[in-house]
Write a protein that binds this ligand. Structure first.
Ligand code: HSE
Length: 429
């Protein structure tokens, strides 16, 4: 067998780029076919910035687009990040020049996946992005390859390690949000702009990509409904635990009767539920298939080593000649999913009220819920020091979200309620 050397152009030398260089230096012949991979060039914002790997012997490109189209580069590995700008320009240029692209860029794929898939398929080259979702845990391959014999009805889980680390630490130590976020940044989990993480956008990008792969549609990030973890309060973490739950940032994509919904929101998972037991920077995902049933995977969703391993797996697929449509169907046949009216979803909810300690308050709350047609599942009144009122927490049975919102508005207007009521959903899986 003739062995080939694949010349990689690596654009972006942050955590993942440095991890990939480190891996390739020790394992140039890692791919099963026996071909070799070598770095033909690198490009990043700064050449001189201190890095954990030596790049002095590598060819440097100031312009990643020039590197993507260089005759000396066979494959572009894009690790710059960001939905537009240089990353998009370099990926487009490589695909138009008929060069395979491997990327870890979830924002790019979630926001421009369909147009990039069309260019890749017209050029007959692969566009691969295993590392874009769940870092080193192979969620993309599972949906793209292993589930083609089934019909997926739902994917849901924990897709952002930074938020999971923050919520786990707040739960375990009682430390405040800002302090724990700073630690997540120091550990290298967080994006350059942590709003992407804590605002839920990073998980939204990932859930959008999983929806496209699971349901054979074009990724449509604008249709995702996103809520982050900034408003999760220590008080709710403590009270949820009293009721037997842990708060997690859940990302879910569901095939529903009238379309597809992609949603990210903080939700309660029972303490013995696999999502509640996914702690620290770990990610986890349930895949629900019609024939296979329910699959659960859990693993590292960030970090240099795991994410670089996912990038290397894609490079290996390029070297071994794996070739599939980017999103299950040819790009020209992909339809974007449209946003489903969220108020029609039914959820179980956790509701927390702060009330004055006076007679008749519990009766007023339960009457309001009864008038709205919301049925209570569990109820707890728990005096907590410095809470600014007496917390009442309850969980409900399934109710349409529009009804739950109406009940929240009415409870907010009760005389004895002293602060804006807080509602969180109970995880749907
Ligand atoms: N910031 C991301 C996370 C890293 O926290 O999960 C990997 O996408």
């Amino acid at each position: 067998m003739v062995r080939r050397t694949w010349r990689l152009g690596v654009a972006g030398l942050g955590t993942v780029g440095a991890g990939l260089l480190d891996f390739l230096a020790g394992n140039p012949d890692f791919a099963p076919a026996g071909d070799r991979a070598e770095i033909a060039g690198v490009s990043a914002r700064s050449r001189s910035r201190p890095r954990p790997v030596d790049i002095s012997h590598l060819r440097w490109f100031d312009d990643p687009v020039a590197m993507a189209t260089s005759d000396d580069v066979d494959v572009l590995v894009e690790l710059i990040g960001g939905s537009d700008g240089t990353a998009k320009a370099a990926v487009e240029a490589a695909l138009r020049a008929k060069k395979p692209v491997v990327t870890a860029n979830k924002a790019l794929i979630a926001e421009h996946g369909r147009e990039l898939a069309a260019i890749a398929e017209a050029s007959e080259v692969p566009l691969l992005f295993e590392a874009a979702v769940m870092g080193g845990t192979p969620a993309v391959k599972m949906l793209r390859e292993a589930m083609v014999g089934d019909e997926v009805s739902a994917v849901a889980g924990i897709l952002n390690g930074t938020c999971n680390f923050i919520l786990s630490e707040m739960d375990a130590t009682g430390r405040p949000f800002a302090e724990v976020l700073a630690e997540a940044q120091r550990r290298g989990y967080a994006e350059a702009d942590p709003t992407m993480d804590v605002g839920g956008f990073d998980a939204g990008h990932k859930a959008t990509i999983l929806a496209a792969l699971a349901f054979g549609c074009a990724p449509c990030f604008e249709a995702a409904e996103i809520e982050g973890v900034q408003a999760v309060d220590q008080l709710d973490i403590r009270l949820a635990r009293e009721l037997g739950y842990r708060i997690k940032l859940v990302a879910a994509a569901l095939r529903e009767a009238d379309g597809i919904s992609v949603r990210v929101y903080p939700a309660l998972a029972r303490l013995d539920h696999p999502l509640a037991q996914t702690s620290g920077a770990l990610n986890a995902l349930f895949i629900q298939g019609k024939r296979i049933g329910r699959i659960f995977i859990q693993g590292p969703g960030a970090g240099a080593g795991p994410t670089a391993a996912a990038v290397a797996a894609d490079i290996s697929d390029v070297m071994t000649g794996q070739h599939r449509p980017v999103f299950q169907k040819p790009a020209g046949e992909l339809k974007p999913f449209t946003r489903i009216d969220a108020s029609r979803h039914a959820s179980r909810a956790y509701i927390r009220l702060l009330v004055r300690d006076q007679p008749g308050v519990i009766a007023a709350v339960s009457e309001t819920l009864a008038e709205c047609g919301v049925s209570i599942d569990s109820f707890l009144q728990k005096p907590v020091e410095d809470a600014g009122g007496v917390p009442i927490v309850l969980t409900t049975h399934l109710a349409p979200e529009s009804v739950l919102r109406d009940a929240m508005d009415r409870m907010a207007r009760l005389d004895a309620v002293v602060a804006e009521p807080r509602m969180l959903r109970i995880a749907p899986i």
